[in-house]
Design a protein around this ligand. Structure first.
Ligand SMILES: Cc1ncc(COP(=O)(O)O)c(C=O)c1O
Length: 379
């Protein structure tokens, strides 16, 4: 079949890390999302939401897509907008890397840098509320609203989770992924708990983020974290949560490039470290599926810049033995994440979440309800 660029989203490979992961322990399988055409897992939710909006007439030819994103989701929308002919406006913040800004602009998106911090010291709330305001002001515009739109997790329930189960359902002992909007963890955990209830579901967040409780503080890991528990994440499906420091995440991502030849961003370095911890506690016939949300090229000015690492006070490199030891020493932040849910439903009003999102959510919840009454059979 001759495909368009958008037909190449998804169906990413599972890859091993044989130099770091020993043969006599659980086997880590990285779901390598860098191979999506926009370079990250966010292509999946972006195309799913855009095409649903088109089907419902919420996004019409010549329309504008407006979104708050510090990088990957915005890049996915910009790519899709370029391919489908939409105007795309992305609200980023000062943490957005120069590479991401260049990519957004390369795909023709208009970029607004939001510099006002919210009450947690991050930019999530100020970005979202400005995006909602613009969507009310700009005619023929659509807000995908990755943070509050439940289509985000539904996208992963219907694509990423099914791919994982189709590849290795009978061997998965644990599933590890990072969290921000909760799209990945929310959608994949829901599917896995239905078809393989014994799989341990592990969420990975940044020290400084409050998704799994605790105090908000600043952190450097791009793409993850939030100062509340996102709507897309149902904590009932999450068995355990880890919080990883900036230095651990950056060092791990550098180590997997150096010792496995695998490029990944810092959020994925954090996840791979947790996966390696699980591996050291499991048997060789048990798999740990670990999401690698994007590649490392986006972070060249930071992650692969020795001077930047030194400026942060981070070590420059870690060999395989130290990465394994660092992984082994990790301790869960919570083994009952459902006890520390901080959903903040008040934000729906205070950030003026669009009606289109709330109406869509009612439909997603109704679909979910009817799905839960049907059994899923797998080979
Ligand atoms: C690099 C990276 N890792 C992890 C995540 C978290 O994914 P989600 O928003 O689906 O929770 C994101 C989200 O932006 C990301 O960009």
């Amino acid at each position: 079949m001759i495909a368009t660029i958008l037909d190449t989203i998804g169906h990413t490979p599972l890859i091993r890390i044989p130099n770091t992961n020993k043969a006599n322990e659980g086997q880590v399988l990285l779901k390598y999302e860098r191979y999506n055409p926009g370079g990250s897992i966010k292509d999946r939710a972006a195309i799913y939401i855009v095409e649903e909006a088109e089907r419902r007439g919420l996004l019409k030819p010549g329309g504008a897509i407006i979104e708050s994103s510090s990088g990957n989701f915005g890049i996915s929308l910009a790519m899709i907008g370029a391919a489908k002919g939409y105007r795309v406006i992305i609200l980023v913040d000062p943490k957005t890397t120069s590479a991401n800004l260049a990519l957004l602009k390369g795909f023709g998106a208009e970029v607004i840098v939001v510099t006002e911090q919210d009450d947690s010291g991050s930019y999530h709330k100020t970005r979202i509320s400005l995006a909602n305001k613009l969507a009310r002001e700009i005619e023929n515009s659509y807000r995908p609203d990755q943070c509050f739109n439940l289509l985000n997790s539904e996208a992963h329930y219907n694509s990423t989770a099914r791919e994982i189960v189709d590849s290795c359902s009978n061997k998965i002992a644990a599933f590890v992924t990072a969290v921000s909007t909760g799209g990945q963890l929310g959608g994949i955990s829901k599917y896995l708990k239905r078809v393989a209830p014994n799989v341990q579901i592990i969420g990975v967040d940044a020290v400084g983020s409050a998704i799994f409780g605790g105090r908000s503080d600043s952190y450097r890991i791009p793409g993850i974290g939030l100062s509340w528990t996102p709507l897309n994440l149902n904590m009932e499906y999450v068995d355990c949560a880890y919080k990883i420091t900036d230095e651990q995440a950056f060092l791990a991502a550098r180590a997997f490039a150096r010792h496995e030849g695998i490029l990944m961003g810092p959020s994925s370095g954090a996840c791979a470290l947790v996966a390696l911890k699980m591996a050291q506690e499991l048997a060789p016939d048990q798999c740990i599926v670990c999401m690698v949300s994007d590649g490392g090229e986006r972070y060249i000015p930071t992650l692969f810049n020795d001077e930047w690492m030194e400026e942060q006070g981070f070590a420059a490199a870690a060999d395989i033995a130290s990465i394994r030891a660092m992984a082994r020493q990790l301790q869960p932040w919570s083994t009952h994440p459902a006890d520390s849910v901080n959903e903040r439903l008040d934000l729906i009003q205070s950030l003026e979440v669009p009606d289109s999102t709330l109406r869509m959510n009612e439909e997603v919840l109704a679909r979910e309800h009817s799905n839960s009454e049907r059994s899923i059979t797998i080979d």
